[in-house]
Design a protein around this ligand. Structure first.
Ligand SMILES: Nc1nc2c(c(=O)[nH]1)N[C@H]1C(S)=C(S)[C@@H](COP(=O)(O)OP(=O)(O)OC[C@H]3O[C@@H](n4cnc5c(=O)[nH]c(N)nc54)[C@H](O)[C@@H]3O)O[C@H]1N2
Ligand SMILES: Nc1nc2c(c(=O)[nH]1)N[C@H]1C(S)=C(S)[C@@H](COP(=O)(O)OP(=O)(O)OC[C@H]3O[C@@H](n4cnc5c(=O)[nH]c(N)nc54)[C@H](O)[C@@H]3O)O[C@H]1N2
Ligand SMILES: [Mo]
Length: 754
């Protein structure tokens, strides 16, 4: 067990390269640089295009164009939007590029370099034994793909990443299920699956129960395990406005992220941009992976302070007695030793939460990417329920989602855990019962492929290779699959390292703002946006839409009976099917006539009646984790006495979107390039390291050398590195109920490279 903190938090010592606030002038400078560049006019046009932002799920794009959010508020485009669009409006990869660059050379490209190659604009294939990707005709693509999809359905799989549209997602799952496959792996398996699992059991719904409108009424927001200044910058505008109204913000994060302390928002140019606005009222820095202990501590203190809403628990929840009993019985010593946060700080948090009339609890990857991710979410929701903070305006539980349409993919049924209601609707559509095999989620897919159980894989976006832990295993597993088809807008390291045994095909697709027809996506706040048509800047490019590719393939593989796939190439018709299949999506059936974007019905809960069979929220006891780390000698290193073991949190830098790197450095953490490890000065000094020294960082699957030591405001015993590069060094443990890897508590040993 890790012991109580040797040093008292806050662990707020930063390095000389860290700015005083998050956001601020660099954001405007970046805007200016990009919008005044030769690509500027195209960028501006896209920024005003009426479509959901490509970056995160905190949705933009109301009725009035690309700059408004779901509440119709203006100036809702952040720098991440500019970054994402800039990457999409790059010139096309030249025809000769693939002819002149063998795959061996392409495999040397970094994630940053792969993205800089430009947009994919014609389909290519890498055949077994060939050294080069080469252009391929559509005829050959469809005949190869059709053969591949006629294999045993249990050996056919898909993976998807939440950038596509709802219409493509719906067709993907319909095609797979009509085939008889339930192998619908999705990036959400690596992401918010623990939230989906826990919320479904507790509230009978898999998504946030808080709307943007409701968030604005909160008196307190608890934000755990989320680096929102980077990853959901427009959530910061809400936090700024809430603090100004007098609301309290409690941040829970082992790393003191500068933008969560003070954030300068361009949306408020005078009052906030330069001085920065205060964000955190209270900043707690737990040991990575220990949030359950922290929340149980808060619950214990709520009981002691008489701040539990017992009448709410009695009237609207089930099994609440067991949760109170657990909190009462576990002793403070265990709680503080597990989470490393002092009792007085935990009590302060409890007082703020218990005395605030309306509290919203939000969280992201620091909570879900843990071996006990589902328990983490339970413990947060238990705390909300104990204080009556669910089922009213201004309160509730709010997973802060990832990709801009990841939630839409889940709603459309792209999941191995299909809702019974959708299953029945699909059966009506097919006119026959559906027997669904268990299905591979993302980690199971890699394991199955590695065990030679997969013949065919279609990847609708994403970077399956780069997103998974243990890159060597991912590469080996994918190489055992006969045919892999990648649908993508831009090349990435997965296209060069995630190669199939026989045929690897890359198909270039239109992105969201280029589609020749309208599409829809769903935000993390359960709002459905209706994206306008657009056009691509790629002259003479041979692109296809995901909808067209999938319907053509399904038509060839499955024929006309019972589904006339060619009819599904009309997205209006797909929307009508969605309206009758997907609960809460009724309004999509008429959206082409009404143009009315909408909030999905039944998702936002503002009265304490939940979608569980009893109508009550169900609570779950959350065992405290036992957090151990191996000893340096267990890593098998030469001189263990020189080694220091740390709990490594792996995640995103300021300038990347998942596996796609836009800029090499992270200026808000003072990390100048990708090959850095951020740790506490006290830890570094334990093994005689100084800032900027070079170390080897070793996990259970590999090591990285010459990693630069950067001091930062992370708690002692923890460290931070960037993915996808770091995925080379570890085999993550997987949360058993959700399948999500524990990317945020990776045991590593570091030692000097000298
Ligand atoms: N610009 C940009 N936007 C994005 C993305 C992107 O890559 N770039 N990715 C999108 C996607 S798919 C997702 S899922 C989201 C990701 O959004 P986040 O979840 O904000 O992203 P991460 O970088 O994974 O960082 C999570 C935070 O968790 C903290 N943390 C780590 N371990 C723990 C712990 O044990 N407890 C607690 N309480 N905190 C911990 C880390 O210090 C870090 O601040 O963002 C989405 N939006
Ligand atoms: N170590 C570590 N690993 C992690 C994480 C972590 O925190 N730490 N986070 C995990 C999380 S939360 C996630 S969500 C996954 C992300 O995993 P993925 O979603 O698989 O990866 P991305 O990097 O988002 O995929 C980017 C690619 O999508 C393609 N693309 C972009 N737009 C479109 C489009 O409109 N259509 C199509 N067809 N393709 C498009 C482009 O080719 C681009 O290169 O990574 C996971 N892996
Ligand atoms: Mo994600």
């Amino acid at each position: 067990m890790e012991t109580n903190p040797q040093q008292q938090p806050p662990f707020n010592e930063t390095n000389e390269d860290t700015p005083a606030i998050g956001g601020g002038l660099p954001v405007i400078e970046y805007w200016a640089e990009k919008t005044l560049s030769p690509q500027g006019p195209k960028l501006w046009k896209t920024l005003f295009h009426h479509s959901a932002c490509l970056s995160c799920s905190w949705g933009t794009g109301g009725q009035k164009g690309g700059f408004t959010n779901e509440e119709g508020e203006k100036l809702q485009r952040c720098m991440k939007s500019v970054e994402a669009i800039t990457a999409e409006i790059q010139p096309g990869v030249s025809t000769h590029f693939f002819d002149t660059n063998p795959i061996a050379r392409l495999q040397q490209l970094s994630s940053y370099e792969a993205d800089r190659l430009g947009r994919l604009s014609f389909p290519v294939i890498l055949r077994a034994g060939s050294s080069h990707y080469e252009r391929i005709s559509w005829d050959e693509i469809y005949s190869t793909a059709t053969e591949a999809f006629k294999r045993d359905p249990e050996r056919v799989a898909s993976y998807s990443s939440g950038r596509g549209c709802n219409e493509a997602a719906f067709i993907l799952q319909l095609m797979m299920r009509t085939l008889g496959s339930n192998n619908l792996a999705d990036c959400s398996d690596l992401c918010h699956a623990p939230s989906t699992t826990a919320l479904n059991e507790m509230f009978g719904t898999k998504t946030s129960i808080v709307s943007l409108e409701s968030l604005k009424e909160a008196d307190c927001v608890v934000l755990a395990g989320a680096n929102s200044p980077s990853n959901h910058p427009r959530l910061m505008n809400e936090l700024i406005k809430l603090r100004e109204k007098g609301a309290k913000i409690i941040i829970i994060n082992p790393m003191m992220e500068i933008g969560l302390v003070k954030f300068g928002s361009p949306a408020f140019p005078v009052k906030s941009l330069i001085p920065g606005s205060d964000i955190a009222s209270l900043y707690l820095q737990p040991i990575p992976g220990s949030d359950v202990a922290l929340f149980v501590g808060i619950q214990k203190s709520l009981i002691a302070q008489g701040l539990v809403d017992r009448s709410f628990l009695q009237a609207h929840t089930e099994d609440w007695e067991a949760i109170l009993e657990q909190a009462q019985n576990v002793d403070w010593e265990t709680i503080t030793a597990t989470c490393g946060v002092s009792r007085s700080e935990i009590e302060t948090a409890a007082t703020i939460i218990g005395k605030s009339p309306r509290v919203v609890f939000g969280w992201a990857m620091g909570i879900t990417q843990q071996t006990n991710g589902v328990d983490n979410v339970y413990s947060i929701a238990n705390t909300a329920l104990m204080t009556g903070n669910a089922g009213k305006m201004g309160a509730g539980v709010m997973p802060v989602r990832g990709h801009s349409n990841v939630q839409g993919f889940g709603s459309m049924g792209v999941t191995v855990k299909l809702k019974e209601e959708i299953k029945q609707a699909l059966e009506r559509l097919l006119g026959r019962p559906l027997t669904l095999p268990k299905g591979y989620h993302t980690r199971d897919l890699i394991e199955a492929a590695d065990a030679d159980k997969v013949d065919t894989l279609i990847c609708v976006g994403g970077n399956l290779y780069g997103a998974n832990p243990n890159s060597a295993q991912a590469k080996r597993a994918l190489s055992k699959i006969d045919t892999i088809i990648y649908l993508a807008t831009k090349p990435n390291i997965g296209h060069f390292n995630g190669l199939a045994k026989t045929n690897t095909i890359i198909i270039p697709v239109f992105n969201r703002f280029e589609h020749p027809y309208k599409t829809t996506v769903e935000s993390g706040n359960n709002f459905v946006r209706f994206n306008d048509t657009g056009e691509t800047h790629l002259k003479g490019a041979d692109l296809v839409t995901e909808v067209e590719f999938l319907t053509t393939l399904a038509d060839r593989v499955l024929g006309e009976d019972p589904i006339q796939w060619h009819k599904l190439s009309d997205p209006r018709y797909v929307r009508q099917l969605i309206a009758t299949t997907i609960p809460g999506y009724e309004k999509i059936g008429t959206i082409d006539d009404t143009n009315e974007e909408f909030t999905i019905s039944g998702r936002i809960v503002t009265t304490p009646h939940f979608k569980t069979p009893s109508g009550k929220a169900k609570m779950f006891v959350t065992p405290l984790p036992t957090l151990t780390l191996p000893k340096p000698e267990e890593f098998g290193i030469d001189r263990p006495e020189r080694g220091l073991v740390l709990a490594l949190m792996t995640g995103r830098s300021y300038s990347q979107h998942n596996t796609v790197v836009y800029k090499l450095g992270d200026k808000y953490r003072g990390m100048p390039h990708r090959n850095c490890i951020l740790l506490n000065r006290i830890d570094a000094e334990k093994i005689g390291l100084a800032a900027h020294d070079r170390v080897t960082v070793q996990g259970d699957a590999g090591k990285m050398d010459e990693v630069e030591v950067i001091y930062g405001s992370v708690r002692e015993g923890a460290a931070l590195m960037f993915y996808p590069e770091v995925n080379v060094i570890f085999t993550a443990k997987t949360e058993t109920r959700s399948g999500t890897p524990a990317y945020k508590r990776v045991p590593v040993v570091i030692y000097s490279s000298k």
